[in-house]
Ligand binder design. Structure first.
Ligand code: PGA
Length: 261
């Protein structure tokens, strides 16, 4: 039986699923359903589409739900058609951004160096960042998953200053676990990878590296959330499909919180 009382982080990336209207309805419901959960136990965040950020920031209580963006460009302005700058996001009310999600890497040619540039720009403007790393099925098969994760994470953090580390979260999302057809990592396995990642950050930032939370993501749902969150090296859960219905997400959160406390 797990005796820890820890604050956990739960969040969802809405990807390109909900319109502004749908996002607001979803958020209103999620906020209402979860408002009684002590925020000493829970930190909750949602990453809607860019078009919904301004309204979401106006609507939610930031003490209950934090709103962030799904990506950001590293330049403050320029000839970068279709991109969005940190300053633009800031004006909408966002102070939090996810960087390097597996789908960005897979479908939009996102490299480790691009991730690093986005991270540095975001931290320098004062944002909080969620850096996503994940090995592919092939990395796993070839036995190079630790090397891959280490390259992704070390590159992402290159140049991040010690005093910026308190604004860094990491998500471990194996590509083979994400989305339809994905297989969730077993709790033991996920914990062992989190351990590797935590150690790596502690090596890079002696003494303070341990403060960086690492979330697990990839096919998390009501049936596996409790077993994952009780793992000592897992600090939160980053959820896609199972979180896009507010009732369902609320249940996942409650099941998980009950399991750890
Ligand atoms: P999933 O998505 O929970 O639907 O597998 C996770 C993610 O893409 O972050």
């Amino acid at each position: 039986m797990n005796q820890r009382i820890k604050k956990v982080i739960f969040g969802s990336n809405l990807k390109m699923y909900k319109t502004n209207h749908e996002t607001l309805a979803y958020l209103a419901r999620l906020q209402e359903l979860t408002k009684d959960i002590l925020r000493d136990l829970l930190e909750l965040f949602i990453l809607p589409s860019y078009t919904a950020i301004a309204d979401c920031c106006r609507m939610v209580d930031p003490a209950l739900v934090r709103i962030g963006a799904q990506n950001v460009h590293w330049h403050s302005e320029g000839r970068f058609t279709g991109e969005i700058s940190a300053r633009m996001l800031q004006e909408l009310g966002a102070d939090f951004v996810m960087i390097g999600h597996a789908e960005r890497r897979q479908f939009f040619g996102e490299t480790d160096l691009m991730v690093n540039k986005r991270v540095l720009t975001s931290l320098n403007i004062g944002f909080h960042v969620l850096i996503c790393v994940g090995d592919s099925a092939q990395d796993k098969e070839l036995g190079i998953f630790k090397e891959r994760l280490s390259m992704q994470l070390k590159t992402a953090l290159h140049g991040v200053k010690k005093d910026q580390l308190s604004r860094v979260w990491v998500a471990y999302e194996p590509v083979w676990a994400i989305g339809e057809g994905g297989t969730v990592a077993t709790p033991d396995y996920a914990n062992s990878i989190h351990n590797v990642l935590h150690n790596l950050i502690e090596d890079l930032y002696p003494e303070i590296g341990g403060q960086v939370p690492i979330l697990y993501g990839g096919s998390v749902n009501m049936n596996n959330a409790a077993d994952l969150i009780v793992q000592p090296r897992i600090d939160g859960l980053f959820i896609g499909r199972a979180a896009w219905d507010a009732n369902n997400f609320n249940q996942v959160i409650r099941i998980a919180i009950q399991a750890i406390n």
